[in-house]
Design a protein around this ligand. Structure first.
Ligand SMILES: CC(C)(COP(=O)(O)OP(=O)(O)OC[C@H]1O[C@@H](n2cnc3c(N)ncnc32)[C@H](O)[C@@H]1OP(=O)(O)O)[C@@H](O)C(=O)NCCC(=O)NCCS
Length: 196
């Protein structure tokens, strides 16, 4: 999988369709107005703090990752401690169902966190459903994040073609973003980089 920055002209239609398909699945069961999704993706390209990546296999977009400063999510900010109030919020991770369990999510996420680290972020935050165990596994077991808060919500879901208001619990996790700059400096000191 190749990782590229999201390109509004090239990628909008494919990423919107992939996003809508991935979040139509349980536990989300969401339906989207495609025009609203287009407007949201377009708006995000104007946010200076946003990182929006796509994973491609040949000409096909197979994954997406979006993150930005958590201050854009006041509802999350009020549930996290002061040390995480300026963290990088991993907002969306989604992978084509036919391309799953091959490390795409982890690869894309790691790339996004490396860029966030280069932007100067030292802490990350992420929210998911208590039933989304893969994301909890990735952040807790692999990246050392911790659950710092829980949030009871009622979400509109489409189940068997019927719109329903369903209670759900979200977990909010925060943790340290690995210091990729320090690692790079160490490699330079040891002469592994030939840039200078
Ligand atoms: C969550 C999602 C992005 C994971 O994508 P993915 O590319 O399949 O994930 P990866 O292949 O990188 O796997 C990450 C880890 O989870 C594990 N994993 C992935 N899918 C799994 C599954 N269905 N069952 C058990 N473990 C699973 C992998 O084995 C890997 O762990 P490991 O390195 O310890 O072996 C994907 O399932 C998805 O798009 N889901 C729908 C949208 C969604 O819920 N997004 C998250 C919103 S917060």
């Amino acid at each position: 999988m190749k990782i590229q920055l999201f390109d509004l002209t090239r990628d909008l239609a494919a990423i919107r369709d992939l996003y809508a398909a991935c979040f139509a699945e349980p536990p989300w069961c969401e339906r989207f107005d495609m025009n609203e999704l287009d407007a949201w993706f377009t708006e995000m390209t104007e946010w200076p703090d946003a990182i929006f990546l796509v994973g491609t296999e040949g000409d096909r977009i197979v994954a997406g990752a979006i993150g930005f400063n958590v201050c854009r999510k006041p509802g999350i900010c009020e549930l996290i401690g002061d040390t995480d109030r300026n963290s990088f919020y991993i907002a969306e991770l989604f992978v084509d169902p036919t391309y799953r369990e091959r490390g795409a999510c982890q690869k894309l996420n790691e790339h996004m966190l490396r860029l966030a680290s280069l932007f100067g972020y030292r802490r990350g935050s992420v929210r998911t459903s208590v039933s989304q165990s893969v994301i909890q596994h990735v952040f807790i077991n692999k990246l050392g994040f911790e659950i710092v808060s829980r949030q009871d919500v009622v979400s509109t879901k489409w189940i068997d073609g019927v719109e329903q208001e369903v209670p759900d619990t979200r977990v909010i996790m925060t943790g340290t973003i690995r210091d990729y700059l320090a690692k790079q400096r160490l490699l330079e000191v040891r002469g592994f980089h030939s840039g200078h």
